[in-house]
Design a protein around this ligand. Structure first.
Ligand code: SF4
Length: 199
């Protein structure tokens, strides 16, 4: 039997480590065994907030089948690309800035934009997989903290981090999060106001 997983870092504690690769690499809904392992996994939070958004891998992750995750993936890619383009533009702007202090502020803003994007991704994923209350609340607070950090960095640098492309792609991301949450559990509660307000 080909075994699944890696023992690096938190993955060493994953419930899927050493299980049959087939459980995690086949298309379609998670098997009862995969769903049970994900539900009880001690590192589901890490899987949800780090691995899933970072890799969008094939097969089952965090209890979600690939096709269930697909709408979120399709919306995530253009949004994240817009973030990455803006990040690159800010770094170029910093490189052209002669004033050292101003250059640092623009670089700080570029970093804050990415930190906010990472935090929002974790928040959305916690929502769509119906993470436990503690995980969800942690993801929400991290996002709100990073949002405040990005706004403060904008004020300090006197430069806006967001662009029309980012604003245009973000509503689709939230819509996809709702769609996926509904697919994962049809009795999805209403979106939290803090998430809706993030649009
Ligand atoms: S939640 Fe993630 S790390 Fe845990 S068993 Fe499921 S796929 Fe593996």
């Amino acid at each position: 039997m080909a075994q699944y997983g890696s023992s690096d870092g938190w993955r060493g504690d994953a419930a899927c480590l050493g299980t049959d690769l087939v459980l995690w690499s086949e298309p379609g809904a998670p098997s009862a065994e995969a769903a049970r392992l994900c539900r009880d996994c001690p590192v589901r939070r890490e899987c949800v907030t780090e691995d899933l958004p970072a890799r969008w891998p094939a097969g089952v992750r965090a209890g979600l089948a690939e096709d269930v995750r697909e709408p979120l993936h399709a919306a995530y890619v253009p949004w994240r690309a817009a973030i990455d383009r803006r990040h690159t533009a800010l770094l170029r702007q910093a490189a052209r800035t002669n004033d050292r202090a101003a250059r640092g502020l623009i670089r700080d803003l570029a970093a804050a934009l990415v930190a906010e994007a990472d935090a929002l991704t974790g928040y959305l994923v916690a929502f769509v997989v119906h993470a436990d209350d503690a995980t969800y609340e942690t993801a929400r607070l991290v996002y709100l903290t990073e949002l405040a950090g990005r706004l403060a960095a904008e004020a300090a640098a006197a430069t806006e981090a967001t662009t029309p492309a980012i604003e245009r792609t973000r509503p689709a991301l939230f819509a996809a999060a709702h769609q996926v949450a509904d697919l994962a559990a049809p009795s999805t509660p209403p979106v939290p106001s803090s998430l809706a307000g993030a649009a």
